[in-house]
Design a protein around this ligand. Structure first.
Ligand code: GLN
Length: 546
């Protein structure tokens, strides 16, 4: 019985709900609170419950939902998990992201196995019990002082009701000192009235109350500071202590938010509600050093990001953040120029890419924009502009090289299934797979880097573990020809022999990786490939100007 078990354990549960609108930044607030608690010496993890029916976001269009973040254990997850990892510098797993689809799938599978024989299977208690089981999974490992659970969507949505009900039950099971609810809400500013308005928040707290949940803390997203008067009003109408009304004012960068939350004493309020005493004040020296460098760059470079989903930068969230981390490390502001691969062709390539200090060709799926990516690679290869190709970007580098250097009529079978020279082809184990969800090559794999290669120098290491999400791969039948002509396979999976990294011999910085380095970049551990790429872009800028 989870309730009983948890009452005995010392893990504290913090739930974060959202009200009024979506996109208030629950993920960033959760990650910031997690950071502050971690910086006080506690062990913390964050999980997200998403109300949609997809079993995971792997099958969602990045235009709708932003990037799909992949964990070490190969789970395809919500992009908020990326924030958790970047802020806390710890890895997450499948247990950290659960959707309505997964919950129902588990319950229906159990039903088919006869686990509920004789019973009518219902939302309450069967679905809510399954949600609770998942809420407690990480806590039961005994590894964490705090589990922060973010409930996706807004309070009042039909879809999130079972999750809200499960939170109500957990609060009851665990008691007030072991669990709490933080409600993130919006305080809009009405220009005409020149006033911040509390009414939407009052309504959304009322809605929560109607489900049996009294929030302990209100975190208020606002464009302007909250006056004492507004705080008092919110406290009075929403039954919270005045010091539990927390201002979350718009910030220059998401990395400011932990410091803003500290100023508002969010962590202190949480500790006091949960009757925890802190080991020490938050130690944020490294974090502050990172921020200081991020905000006061000495250099500046412009890097083109060529991709298919550039009109929604969230689709490349981890790449954009990896540039922030690497930029800070190099005291360099990285301007990212978002370029749609469909806009690139022989006529436009020079005016679009000329003058950039580096070009990244992004991951992606499907045929659209592939020729533009190939044209991009050709330009940066011939003009010796620093290049980083990620996943599909690496594959396009291989196709480009085969076409224009080896003079083969080559392609990837993703674009041309019947191509004469499939230099990128479906992996053997993928050929039999017909279903889509969760069936790619996913998660962390080992890769051995060749001694003396640029990439080995960049990593400062010979054995690396990086995360994957793809179906196609470098076709080893072409390896010898490629290497002879100057494209070297410098990273190989030691178990399967799959090519993971390629680089060019006669180019200052041209690296393509089959994996996703961006998923492992954090504030405290910027990814070496991004650090090296930004360095190369800085060199490029110097050379062009000198
Ligand atoms: N579409 C390519 C594949 O499946 C690349 C995937 C990616 O860029 N993540 O192999």
């Amino acid at each position: 019985m989870p309730g009983f078990f948890q009452a005995m354990s010392s893990t504290k549960y913090i739930f974060v709900t959202g009200g009024v609108t979506s996109s208030l930044g629950k993920g960033i607030i959760s990650a910031s609170l997690g950071k502050l608690l971690q910086a006080r010496g506690f062990s913390v993890t964050i999980q997200k419950f998403d109300p949609y029916i997809n079993i995971d976001p792997g099958t969602l269009n990045p235009y709708e939902h932003g990037e799909c973040y992949v964990t070490d254990d190969g789970a395809e997850t919500d992009l908020d998990l990326g924030h958790y990892e970047r802020f806390l510098n710890v890895t997450t797993s499948q247990a950290n992201n659960v959707t309505t689809g997964r919950i129902y799938n588990n319950v229906i599978t159990k039903e088919r196995h006869g686990e509920y024989l004789g019973k009518t299977v219902q939302v309450v208690p069967h679905i809510t019990d399954e949600i609770k089981r998942n809420i407690f999974l990480l806590g039961e490992t005994g590894k964490y002082d705090f589990i922060i659970t973010e409930i996706g969507g807004s309070v009042g949505d039909i879809e999130s009701l079972p999750f809200v009900e499960a939170v109500r039950q957990v609060r009851w099971d665990l008691g007030a000192n072991n669990s709490m609810v933080i409600h993130l809400t919006l305080i809009p500013y009405l220009k005409a009235a020149k006033e911040l308005k509390t009414k939407p928040t009052q309504h959304s707290v009322k809605e929560l109350l109607s489900y049996g949940i009294q929030p302990d803390i209100l975190v208020c997203r606002t464009e302007l500071p909250l006056s004492m008067e507004i705080r008092k009003k919110l406290a009075l109408f929403c039954n919270v202590n005045i010091n539990s009304v927390i201002e979350a004012i718009d910030a220059d960068t998401i990395y400011d938010v932990p410091l803003l939350m500290k100023k508002e004493k969010l962590d202190e309020r949480v500790l006091s509600k949960l009757k925890m005493t802190s080991k020490h004040e938050p130690e944020l020296e490294q974090w502050k050093a990172f921020l200081g460098k991020l905000k006061n760059p000495v250099n500046e470079v412009t890097i083109g990001l060529v991709g298919k989903y550039v009109s929604l930068p969230d689709a490349y969230k981890s790449i954009a953040e990896a540039f922030n981390h690497a930029g800070s490390q190099n005291d360099c502001k990285v301007n990212v120029k978002w370029i749609s691969s469909e806009d690139i062709n022989k006529e436009t390539v020079k005016e679009t890419l000329g003058g950039l200090d580096g070009v990244l060709v992004a991951p992606g799926f499907g045929e659209r924009g592939l020729e533009g990516k190939i044209e991009t690679v050709r330009y940066v290869r011939e003009h010796k502009i620093p290049f980083l190709g990620i996943c599909l970007g690496m594959q396009m580098a291989v196709v480009e090289f085969a076409r224009h250097v080896l003079k083969l009529d080559a392609s990837t079978t993703e674009l041309h299934p019947k191509t004469k020279h499939p230099v990128i082809d479906l992996m053997e184990e993928q050929k039999k797979i017909t279903t889509k969800g969760g069936t790619m090559r996913l998660g962390a794999y080992t890769c051995k880097l060749k001694k003396g290669s640029k990439v080995q120098h960049v990593y400062g290491d010979g054995l690396i573990h990086e995360r994957h999400r793809h179906r196609y791969e470098f076709n080893n039948k072409y390896l010898d020809q490629m290497e002879e002509a100057g494209m070297k396979a410098v990273g190989i999976n030691p178990d399967s022999g799959l090519v993971e990294v390629i680089e060019l011999k006669d180019h200052p910085w041209f690296i393509g990786v089959q994996y996703h380095p961006e998923l492992r970049s954090t504030v405290l551990n910027p990814h070496p490939l991004f650090v090296g790429f930004v360095e190369a872009a800085m060199d490029q800028k110097k050379n062009v100007n000198s």
